[in-house]
Design a protein around this ligand. Structure first.
Ligand SMILES: [Zn+2]
Length: 143
């Protein structure tokens, strides 16, 4: 089942735990922790273990889809989301999210969403890049 990988990552790093340490605390194995954080998928058993370690209800770990459901321009419900994530190519496009990428390309990934009625387009940064905002020396929280 789906799990809020971003939340798991945030709670783990807030406790200054490595994936190894979270594995020990939950009694899950390291591969399971890695799958949870990278693929946002966990068994009910794993969810229960994480919820107990982080002192949460199991439902708090549910994946919440916050990308737009209706168009903010025309209110149409005909909104389409690309099924994969896309990354900008640092060699030919400016890096839209500097210092938030990972992997060898160091680029952050996006999910494009388009309204088929009016053509309104919106991009959502993926969880991994969003999780790097808090505590980043390059991004400041607007007050
Ligand atoms: Zn629209």
């Amino acid at each position: 089942m789906k799990i809020n990988a971003e939340l798991v990552y945030r709670l783990r790093t807030r406790n200054s735990w490595t994936q190894d340490e979270l594995a020990i605390a939950t009694g899950l194995n390291l591969k399971t922790i890695q799958r949870i954080e990278n693929k946002a998928s966990a068994s009910l058993q794993s969810k229960k273990a994480l919820a107990s370690v982080f002192n949460l209800d199991i439902q708090d770990l549910d994946y919440e889809d916050k990308t737009m459901k209706s168009c903010p321009e025309c209110n149409s419900e005909k909104v389409y989301r690309f099924k994969n994530k896309i990354a900008t190519n640092p060699e030919c496009l400016p890096n839209m999210l500097p210092k938030l990428g990972s992997g060898w390309t160091k680029t952050a990934e996006f999910v494009p969403v388009i309204c088929s009625e009016c053509g309104y387009i919106r991009y959502f940064a993926d969880e991994k890049s969003r999780s790097k905002l808090e505590g980043s020396e390059h991004w400041e929280l607007l007050e």
